[in-house]
Design a protein around this ligand. Structure first.
Ligand code: ZN
Length: 133
């Protein structure tokens, strides 16, 4: 099965976008009951993470602390002006792998899949590879 692509439109400079439903829909469209799903972000200033999607304040705290730890301006060498976004991207990481069981993402009760925007707003891509059993 070739990889598929999701589009994510971000609205802020930094933002966590819950893409769990979009990913789940892809599994249903492909009629996969069991297997592995890998997500990959082909960008150097964005990332993927899995964390709580029940209480929105968790997402706000994650973003606020990342922005505090890695400020937008600093003694950076990169002249494009978005070094903070590159650093946040590399810390968070470009990919996630999740099991598919019973036609659904095997996530913990409180977990969701988030696209992490660190240099928005932009239109972004997430590549998805589904490997059925
Ligand atoms: Zn750059």
């Amino acid at each position: 099965m070739p990889f598929q692509e999701l589009t994510v439109r971000t609205r802020s400079r930094t933002e966590l976008v819950d893409i769990t439903a979009q990913v789940q829909k892809l599994i249903q469209e492909n009629r996969v009951e069991s297997g592995l799903l890998t997500l990959f972000v082909p960008h150097t200033t964005a990332a993927l993470t899995i964390n709580e999607n029940a209480d929105r304040s968790v997402q706000q705290d994650i973003l606020a602390e990342l922005n505090r730890l890695i400020p937008f301006t600093g003694s950076y060498q990169h002249t494009e002006g978005n070094s903070a976004a590159h650093i946040k991207s590399t810390i968070t990481g470009p990919s996630q792998t999740i099991f598919i069981e019973g036609g659904r993402l095997a996530l913990g009760t409180w977990q969701g899949v988030f696209f992490c925007e660190f240099d928005g707003p932009r239109t972004r891509k997430v590549w998805v590879k589904i490997v059925p059993d």
